[in-house]
Ligand binder design. Structure first.
Ligand SMILES: C[S@@+](CC[C@H](N)C(=O)[O-])C[C@H]1O[C@@H](n2cnc3c(N)ncnc32)[C@H](O)[C@@H]1O
Length: 329
């Protein structure tokens, strides 16, 4: 099925503007959402298969062990399942199959900024008698607004893979507030949160010995070369990932291994790098159950249940839009 495209031209323009601003800012910084061009989406699939990348494995364990209970919480026999940043959908498939098993008719709207990710998803998930798949290429919120225009059925929103950890504290609250405003009382959202854990385990996952995470980060420079006529030499940058215990977040940067000026044709100018200067690329915040409950409460949701697997370390938290609440922020 052909995907619905939301604002493709706007996305190309946003990439251009954000790269320019990000390379001019101090410190230099580019949003991790730009990791996911076609190449980046395929490298991310490789990451999810690495033994060091525990979040995918732990979330899959939650679904395999708790799928019956998760699906039992769905209040309607026909529902719109809207997945924000769906990726290749291989974990979601477990829940969708369970919905089918428990006789729930599903209109599945996977939303992703990457069309390639949705192509991969369609290899894993296809329409059937009780499941209709409607892919949407776009940003989280514009994609959700489009789905809400297309259908008024009760919503069960999925936000998996600890994608929520990529937002800083303020962005996270405004994101959840917008989500709450777009949904109706009784709609539900299942969010995957990576919990705080041993720093050594975190660092292995975000800086693996075989260099797949490094390749993923360096691909952003290659994307700038491909789409904006950049002249980055990826071999003169290296990946650095570290845990910041004061923020409670893994962070990743690319560091310039020498002083250099890099021309980007699309901007008709160059960007100067001092030796070991960083481009900040990603935050992956880690959470505690108390922080999660506090966040839900502040943003107009009621925590219905936390689902964990036997290994622990990761939680899928099920929230419901509360009655008569406008969020507190
Ligand atoms: C870390 S991956 C997780 C994929 C999948 N949810 C999982 O759990 O394996 C993040 C996904 O979100 C998508 N994404 C990132 N930022 C986005 C945004 N602002 N709007 C829509 N999709 C986004 C990426 O293209 C990517 O497929």
């Amino acid at each position: 099925m052909e995907p619905t495209l939301v604002e493709k031209k706007d996305q190309d323009l946003a990439f251009k503007v954000d790269v320019f601003k990000g390379l001019r800012s101090i410190p230099k910084s580019i949003s991790s959402k730009y990791f996911y061009d076609d190449e980046g989406s395929l490298i991310f699939q490789e990451i999810t298969q690495m033994k060091e990348y525990y979040p995918t494995r732990l979330e899959m364990e939650v679904f395999e062990q708790r799928k019956y209970d998760i699906v039992r919480c769905m209040a309607s026999s026909e529902v719109d399942v809207v997945e924000l940043g769906a990726g290749d959908g291989h974990k979601t498939k477990v829940l969708l199959e369970q919905m089918n098993e428990q006789d729930i008719k599903v209109n599945f709207y996977p939303i992703d900024i990457s069309e390639k990710a949705l192509d991969e998803l369609l290899k894993n998930v296809s329409s059937g008698e009780k499941l209709k798949v409607h892919p949407v290429v776009g940003e989280y919120m514009s994609g959700l607004a489009k789905v809400c225009e297309m259908s008024k059925k009760p919503k069960f929103v999925l936000f998996l893979g600890s994608n929520i950890g990529n937002f800083g504290p303020g962005e996270r609250v405004s994101f959840l507030n917008s989500l709450q405003k777009n949904l109706n009382v009784g709609d539900m959202i299942l969010i995957g949160f990576d919990l705080k854990k041993d720093v050594r385990k975190l660092v292995q996952a975000y800086d693996d010995p075989s260099g797949v995470t490094a390749k993923f980060n360096l691909n952003l420079l290659k994307r700038i070369n491909r789409e904006l006529g950049g002249h980055f030499d990826p071999d003169s940058f290296y990946h650095h990932a570290f845990y910041n215990p004061l923020k409670g977040a893994m962070e990743s940067c690319l560091l310039s291994s020498k002083e250099q000026d890099v021309v980007v044709d699309e901007f008709g100018t160059s960007f100067h790098f001092e030796p070991y200067e960083a481009i900040h690329l990603e935050h992956s915040y880690k959470f505690t159950l108390n922080e999660i409950e506090d966040m839900a409460q502040k943003c107009g949701f009621r925590v219905n249940q936390h689902f964990q697997g036997t290994s622990g370390g990761y939680v899928n938290s099920l929230w419901e839009v509360r009655k008569g609440v406008t969020s507190l922020h």
